[in-house]
Write a new protein. Structure first.
Length: 116
């Protein structure tokens, strides 16, 4: 069973930075795609960034390109989301997701609040 545990959220001023972590447990294959999603109050959950667990290729939502960076540390079995130049519209609960063969696993989420 895959388990994901996010951490690193908090309150930050606009223009500041945060790094989110997603500790990954129970992966039985390298053929996973790891992703970050976010959900603001009253809005749909939306894609933020993704990384291929084995090869490291990445993809980003247009709204975060150039500001956020997704990475993974295979030795620590952890996925990171470095968030720079944060804006008030980045305020949301951020979720980590692992996907393989159409099966999704989600973490519990971590709150990011950006004050203007």
């Amino acid at each position: 069973q895959v388990q994901l545990v996010e951490s690193g959220g908090g309150l930050v001023q606009a223009g500041g930075s945060l790094r989110l972590s997603c500790a990954v447990f129970g992966l039985t294959s390298s053929r996973y795609v790891m992703a970050w999603f976010r959900q603001a109050p009253g809005k749909e959950r939306e894609f933020v960034a993704a990384i291929n667990w084995s090869g490291g290729s990445t993809g980003y939502a247009d709204s975060v390109k150039g500001r956020f960076t997704i990475s993974r540390d295979l030795a620590k079995s952890t996925v990171y989301l470095q968030m720079n130049s944060l804006k008030s519209e980045d305020t949301a609960v951020y979720f980590c997701k692992a996907e393989r063969s159409g099966v999704d696993y989600w973490g519990q989420g971590t709150q990011v609040t950006v004050s203007s």
